[in-house]
Design a protein around this ligand. Structure first.
Ligand code: UD1
Ligand code: UDP
Length: 386
């Protein structure tokens, strides 16, 4: 019989995998816990899911709920139904949910109603735009979570302002950065830039998938026009998210973009190849949450095509700027002319967030007083990367 604290780690969609992997590697093989890796199946294409398990050296999930796509209610409800059954059959002591996707909210709610301790990794972020599904997911998840692990001081402040008790909150830093550091050697060794014929600092990388940008014809057409203009000055490579591809095709914009001079459209990339592109980029043009953080860590200019961000520290301390679609091409000109803030790495974005999470679990659930063991080599060894 398995002994120890039973921990469920919930993974669901692309941005979850690089948040779950460092924690999985830090917990794996620890005698005091048993980890069950749960994949809800929210993302399921090979290059939206399996590629990340491979790149981040995760084993196949212990449990795959296979929920797939659907409306918000369908997807959230299907995760809840499947995960509740799984919890009743094999009850965990702690459920760790990450990020802000529908599965985060769904599994957090299930755990809370079953009186299982729920921890939210990446707690406290707020865009204050309730038109975004992620903001609703963040608010609800943080309301039901018993433990809130924040990446930055704004997270602590937001939670305090909402009345969350201070003793539920631990600032652990940004776990995305752990994945980058864990995979740094592989990222540097990836030949993706060369494969695409790109020279370091002489191209931009693009990602887009927010409904506000890609779900309606006019905003998407306006983005296509701006990207075509930018690409006449700076080659752009654009790994296209499935939601975006579907809409580009449906709105008759795909062919125009695919044939634009200087623009290369590719399938969504695995983590290692994608980060190889980001590391060498002159600029990232994005609406992704994760890319705002990765570029801040790497000091690469980032233009975020949104009017708000739940990650304000990437603007105040990092290399990110929010930009309206119609200002995109001229803002890229600023960057090419060298007019840009260099930024700095925020505190605790250091590759050691997972060890701080582990220390916090031990303190809270096992009653230990231990400090975080800051041991990057051990984490790297766990990933088979040493
Ligand atoms: C989801 C998250 C979003 C996150 C993004 C990361 C929610 C509400 N949204 O958005 O916060 O930033 O993931 O990428 O949880 N599809 C495929 N193959 C897949 C996955 C999706 O073809 O493997 C297509 C389907 O047509 C699907 C659509 O993409 O309907 C949207 O997928 P969904 O998971 O609902 O939302 P995302 O836009 O991916
Ligand atoms: N990413 C990737 N391949 C791609 C696009 C993104 O590996 O083609 C990675 C990248 O590390 C990024 C992360 O996926 O930070 C987050 O994904 P996404 O932008 O889909 O979600 P968000 O962070 O906006 O929720």
């Amino acid at each position: 019989m398995m002994q120890g604290l039973r921990i469920d780690l919930i993974a669901a969609a692309r941005p979850n995998f690089m948040k779950v992997a460092p924690l999985f590697h830090a917990l794996r093989g620890q005698a005091w816990c048993r980890v069950r890796l749960v994949h809800t199946g929210q993302h399921y294409d090979k290059n939206m899911s399996e590629a990340f398990f491979r790149d981040l050296r995760l084993p196949p999930p212990d449990l795959h709920l296979g929920v797939g796509s659907g409306s918000h209610a369908e997807q959230t409800a299907n995760v809840m139904l499947a995960y509740e059954r799984a919890c009743v059959a094999d009850r965990p002591d702690l459920i760790v949910v990450v990020g802000d996707v529908n599965s985060t909210l769904a599994c957090g709610l299930v755990g809370s109603k079953l009186h299982v301790t729920v921890a939210h990794l990446e707690a406290g972020l707020r865009s204050r735009d309730r038109g975004m599904p992620e903001e609703i997911n963040r608010l609800v998840t943080d309301t039901v979570a018993d433990i809130l692990w924040t990446p930055s001081p704004d997270g602590d402040e937001n939670l305090a302002a909402e009345g969350v008790a201070a003793d539920k909150i631990t600032r652990v830093g940004n776990i995305m950065i752990d994945s980058y550091e864990l995979m740094r050697d592989a990222i540097e060794a990836s030949g993706e830039r060369d494969k695409l014929g790109l020279q370091a600092r002489e191209y931009g990388v693009v990602t887009l998938h927010r409904p506000a940008n890609v779900d309606e014809p006019e905003p998407l057409a306006a983005l296509v026009r701006q990207l075509k203009t930018v690409a006449t000055h700076l080659p752009l490579v654009f790994p296209v998210h499935p939601r975006t591809r579907k809409n580009l095709e449906a709105f008759g914009l795909w062919s125009e973009l695919a044939h634009a001079l200087g623009l290369t459209l590719v399938e969504p990339l695995g983590y290692v190849d994608f980060m190889n592109l980001v590391c060498g980029a002159r600029v990232a043009i994005t609406d992704s949450g994760g890319v705002q953080e990765e570029t801040t860590y790497l000091g690469i200019p980032c233009l975020t095509l949104r009017s708000t961000t739940e990650r304000p520290i990437t603007v105040t301390e990092g290399s990110n700027r929010l930009v309206a679609t119609d200002a995109l091409a001229r803002t890229v000109e600023d960057i090419l002319a060298g007019r840009w803030q260099h930024g700095r790495k925020p505190a605790l974005w250091d590759g050691h967030a997972a060890s701080r999470v582990v220390a916090d679990i031990r303190r809270r659930l096992l009653g230990e007083s231990g400090k975080a063991a800051v041991a990057e080599p051990a984490v790297r060894r766990a990933a088979g990367n040493a």
